[in-house]
Design a protein around this ligand. Structure first.
Ligand SMILES: [Zn+2]
Length: 295
């Protein structure tokens, strides 16, 4: 009897264990989402947002059939494989149980050659670009769009009418909201809504929450500010875990906190884009020196 119970516990813990790896290649990531699509044909569908400068398809998986469209994008920075693992495990959790009324588009890896090389930057013709400084922005950018990947994502969020988005990074525990640019005027008209979103997102993880510029540092040309500034997308940046090189057990903890957090956030997120999304403050370009390019 006792042995039976022990066996049952072992089997349950095997089933419940997240599928995590520290050394996946982009090909493995694609296989992962293709397997999900095969396993959950009723709730999922594969998609491609376009091609990287190397000509590789940037693939994702959409989950659910609802009229409200939301987005999760991982791995703008190729070395941040913990964010890829979170995106994959969130996709799997959604495939098992989609969010009512929503279609979630999950893109586990945006920066493909960076991911394969475990390099923050995306390499094109011998030059290295930071994909999360490559979008247009109200206080400037290192781009815009030196990279096909960032242009493809910019087109995608426009075409799909994305309402809320989560962009996933490592490596310190935080969920933050706009503005994250070189300015001292960091407040949007919607701080209270953003605070509700990050509070929901961190209910299980207990991560720090706040304004992106204040909690991290100013960064011009980042996706999260672009999505809000250009379209009024409710845009949250997640910095997950404690390291750019998390172990499997570190990532297990990361998944346990952030998979329910992401779900909770999307469940409570606004149903329509923000209306007042222009930047009306003053840029302080001198603050750009604070951008460490490590997050
Ligand atoms: Zn990052």
């Amino acid at each position: 009897m006792k042995l039976g119970i022990t066996l049952l516990i072992c089997i349950f813990s095997l089933v419940a264990k997240a599928d995590l790896s520290t050394d996946r290649s982009y090909k493995d990531v694609v296989n992962y989402i293709h397997n999900l699509a095969t396993k959950y044909p009723q709730t999922t569908q594969l998609f491609t947002i376009g091609f990287s400068n190397d000509g590789v398809a940037i693939e994702g998986i959409q989950i659910g059939n609802g009229p409200m469209h939301n987005l999760v994008v991982g791995t703008h920075h190729g070395n941040e494989y913990g964010s890829t693992e979170l995106a994959l495990n969130f996709a799997e959790s959604l495939a098992q149980s989609p969010i009512a009324g929503q279609t979630l588009y999950v893109i586990p890896v945006l920066n493909i050659n960076g991911y394969n090389n475990r390099d923050r930057y995306e390499k094109v013709n011998g030059k290295y670009y930071d994909p999360n400084r490559d979008y247009p922005g109200p206080c400037g950018t290192e781009g815009p769009h030196n990279l096909n990947s960032t242009k493809a994502l910019a087109n995608f969020i426009d075409q799909k009418n994305i309402i809320s988005s989560a962009t996933l990074h490592t490596y310190w525990p935080a969920a933050v909201y706009p503005w994250g640019i070189s300015t001292e005027d960091v407040d949007t008209p919607y701080t209270s809504t953003f605070v509700e979103m990050v509070n929901a997102a961190t209910e299980a993880s207990h991560y720090s929450v706040g304004n992106s510029t204040v909690l991290i540092y100013p960064a011009d040309g980042a996706f999260e500010d672009y999505a809000y500034w250009k379209h009024g997308i409710w845009s949250i940046l997640f910095e997950v875990g404690h390291s750019h090189s998390p172990s499997v057990s570190d990532m297990d903890e990361m998944i346990k906190g952030n998979v329910p957090g992401l779900r909770k956030m999307f469940e409570m997120a606004p149903q329509a884009r923000a209306e007042k999304h222009d930047f009306t403050g003053k840029c302080s370009i001198g603050l750009r020196a604070l951008d460490l390019h490590i997050e």
